[in-house]
Design a protein around this ligand. Structure first.
Ligand SMILES: [Zn+2]
Length: 430
C-alpha cells in the first residue's frame, strides 16, 4: 500500500495539472483525492510536494543487445536502465545475433523478459530474414508470438517492392512498419552529417538526402497500400516537411525523433567524439529548430530513445572504426524537459503526450492513465533538480552517452509499475 501525498498530477487524459493524493493498493490506483488519511501499518508514504506525477513512459525504439551482444547490454541490464529513466514498457529492435526474424526468437525475448525484467519488454520483429533486405521474415507467426511492429532498424529496406509487400503484410496483421530511412547508396562510407564540420574534420559526410529520399519513397508506398508507416529517428527538416505534407494528404504515417536530435548538432563531433557518432547523424541548428517546431505542431508524434549500447572499447577507437549509437533511456526525460519545457516554454503535458500516450497508440497498446481503478504505472519527477550526466551514475552496462558531461534540469525520482516501487528517491529497487 502506497500513499503519494500532494502530487501535481497530469493524468494523461487531458492537459490539466491537479494537486491531490494518490492511494495505491495492490497493482491499482485505488483512490485519488484531497488529503487522504489512512491508518495501516504496511503503508508507505511518499511526499511529492513540488513534484509532478505522470504516467510512466513507453519507448518504441531501443536496443537490448540480447541475444548475441550481452557484453554491451542484456534484457535485465537494459530494463534497469529503462527503469532509471522512467520507462516501464520498452519495445526492442530485432538486430540481435541471431536476429529476431522468426517465432522462436520472439518467444525467447518474451520468455527471458518475464524471467529477468521488472517491466514490460515487447519485441519488434525483423521485416526481412536475417535483416538482409532480400526476403520477408515470418511476420504472421511472429505476430502470433507477440511482436508489436516490424522493422529492419539499423538498416534500410532498399528494395521498394519488398518494402511495399512488408507494408501490405503488416496491414493484414494490424501492426506498423517502423522504417529506418537511409538510402545506403548515398550514405555509404559516411561518418557524420555532410557539411561544414565534416569538411573541417576531414570525415566523409552523409548527405541529408540519404534520409529524406527514403522518407518520400515510404510515404508514397504507405499512401498506396494504406498501411501504417512509422518513420523512426527523423533528423532533418526535409523529412519533417515531407511527413507534414503526407499527414495533410491523409497518409497513415506517424513518426518519432530522439532527444539527441532536438538538443545537439553536428558540432558535438568536433574533437572526434565517438559518442556523438549516431545514425542518422547529428545535424545542424536549422534541423534542430525544424524538429522542435514539428514537435510543437504535432507533426512528430512521439519520442524514442534509440538506446544503442556499445562497449567502451568499441567506441575508444578511431572515429571511422567506431560503431554508431548512444545510450538514451536515463537522460531522455531530462533532455526533453530541459530543452522543450525549460528553454522553450512547452507545457509539461506535452512530454506526457510524447513519452506516454502517443508511443503506446502507435503500437496499439492501451494508454497508461492516472485515474482510479487503473494500473498504478507512474513516475514522480522533480522538475527543479539539476544534475550532470556522469559515467559512474549510468545504470546501463554501456556508458556511451552523447550527453556525458552535460548539465540537465529535472530528474526521474521514483518509478512505480503495477503498484511496485522500482525506483525510489533515485535508487533502483528491483
Ligand atoms: Zn535504432
Amino acid at each position: 500500500m502506497i500513499l503519494i501525498k500532494n502530487a501535481d498530477i497530469i493524468n494523461g487524459l487531458d492537459k490539466s495539472v491537479k494537486r491531490a493524493d494518490i492511494l495505491i493498493v495492490g497493482n491499482k490506483i485505488e483512490k485519488i483525492g484531497i488529503d487522504i488519511k489512512i491508518q495501516n501499518p504496511d503503508l508507505q508514504t511518499i511526499d511529492a510536494s513540488g513534484k509532478y506525477v505522470m504516467p510512466s513512459f513507453t519507448d518504441i525504439h531501443c536496443h537490448l543487445r540480447d541475444p548475441g551482444f550481452e557484453y554491451k547490454e542484456d534484457i535485465r541490464s537494459g530494463s534497469l536502465s529503462a527503469v532509471a529513466g522512467g520507462f516501464t514498457t520498452i519495445c526492442c529492435m530485432p538486430n540481435t545475433n541471431p536476429p529476431i526474424d522468426n517465432r522462436a526468437m520472439v518467444a525467447y525475448v518474451r520468455y527471458r523478459a518475464r524471467e529477468v525484467s521488472p517491466i514490460e519488454v515487447l519485441p519488434i520483429g525483423a521485416i526481412t530474414k536475417g535483416l538482409n533486405g532480400e526476403e520477408l521474415s515470418e511476420i504472421g507467426l511472429m505476430r502470433e508470438e507477440g511482436i508489436v511492429a516490424i522493422s529492419d532498424d539499423g538498416k534500410c529496406v532498399m528494395n521498394a517492392n519488398l518494402m511495399r509487400n512488408a507494408l501490405l503484410y503488416a496491414k493484414d496483421f494490424s501492426i506498423p512498419v517502423i522504417s529506418h530511412c537511409e538510402d545506403t547508396n548515398l550514405s555509404e562510407g559516411g561518418q557524420m552529417n555532410l557539411g561544414f564540420v565534416s569538411t573541417m574534420l576531414g570525415l566523409k559526410g552523409i548527405p541529408r538526402e540519404a534520409e529524406s529520399v527514403i522518407v518520400a519513397r515510404d510515404i508514397l508506398l504507405a499512401k498506396e497500400t494504406k498501411a501504417h508507416l512509422h518513420i523512426t529517428h527523423v533528423s532533418t527538416k526535409e523529412s519533417v516537411e515531407l511527413i507534414r505534407r503526407a499527414k495533410e494528404w491523409g497518409v497513415n504515417v506517424t513518426c518519432d525523433t530522439c532527444p539527441h536530435y532536438i538538443s545537439l548538432t553536428e558540432e558535438e563531433v568536433i574533437g572526434f567524439n565517438t559518442n556523438a557518432k549516431v545514425n542518422p547523424p547529428l545535424r545542424t541548428k536549422e534541423d534542430v529548430e525544424a524538429l522542435t517546431e514539428a514537435i510543437k505542431e504535432g507533426v512528430i508524434d512521439c519520442i524514442t530513445t534509440d538506446h544503442a549500447p556499445h562497449h567502451k572499447d568499441e567506441k575508444n577507437v578511431e572515429f571511422n572504426l567506431a560503431p554508431s549509437g548512444t545510450i538514451g533511456f536515463e537522460t531522455a526525460f531530462a533532455v526533453l524537459y530541459t530543452h522543450l519545457v525549460k528553454n522553450r516554454g512547452f507545457e509539461i503535458s506535452k512530454l506526457v503526450e510524447l513519452l506516454s500516450i502517443n508511443p503506446r497508440r502507435i503500437v496499439n497498446l492501451k494508454p497508461n492513465v492516472i485515474v482510479e481503478n487503473q494500473k498504478a504505472n507512474l513516475v514522480i519527477i522533480d522538475p527543479n533538480r539539476e544534475w550532470e550526466v556522469k559515467e559512474e551514475d549510468i545504470i546501463s552496462k554501456s556508458k556511451n552517452s552523447v550527453f556525458l558531461g552535460k548539465k540537465l534540469t529535472s530528474y526521474v525520482e521514483t518509478v512505480i509499475y503495477e503498484g511496485k516501487i522500482l525506483k525510489k528517491d533515485g535508487e533502483i529497487k528491483c
